[in-house]
Write a protein that binds this ligand. Structure first.
Ligand code: CA2
Length: 151
């Protein structure tokens, strides 16, 4: 966390289950870019918008909850693509409620164009904004919005 106006704001970028598979399977839905490519997009956006980026992925709900809890006092905001936990996890919702940091939610695919079970996200209720369907560009757009939010 940075209180000085001149210091870069610190954003924790979290990716949920199976996002480590990006670029390796289902390119029709998620595109050809890998998670390493997404990290590079976030680091470039961080440089452009004056944010320092901590980029992580986990397949484990509890690990994501722990990272959200630890963000209290260490991060200024959280960008999350919660993956399938978007649609199931009250635990992640509760963690965000507990830390009350600004949250931006990103989905690579348009979840509203897909199966009905993907149409609801618990995280959306605690996010200041939600982006879906713009592919990996959504991460960059969300970081621009986060920079404005934290300015
Ligand atoms: O569109 C998104 O970003 C999602 O959060 C991706 C999740 C899905 O459960 C959400 O409904 C929408 C799944 C990520 C799985 O990514 C894969 C990538 C390549 C191959 C297999 C899975």
């Amino acid at each position: 966390m940075h209180n000085e106006k001149t210091m870069a704001k610190h954003v924790l970028v979290l990716n949920g289950p199976n996002l480590n598979m990006l670029g390796k399977r289902e390119p029709g839905i998620y595109g050809a870019q890998t998670l390493a490519d997404v990290e590079a997009i976030c680091r470039a956006a961080g440089d452009e918008f004056g944010l320092s980026i901590d980029f992580r992925q986990s397949n484990h709900e509890g690990e994501l909850v722990t990272w959200i809890q630890e963000a209290l006092g260490t991060a200024d905001g959280i960008l999350i693509n919660p993956g399938a936990y978007s649609h199931t996890s009250v635990a992640i919702y509760d963690a965000f409620k507990a830390v009350s940091l600004p949250v931006a939610e990103v989905h690579i695919s348009n979840i509203h164009q897909r199966e009905a079970f993907r149409h609801h996200s618990y995280v959306s209720a605690v996010a200041f904004g939600v982006i879906c369907g713009f592919g990996t560009l959504g991460y960059r757009l969300a970081l621009e919005a986060m920079a404005q939010k934290l300015a």
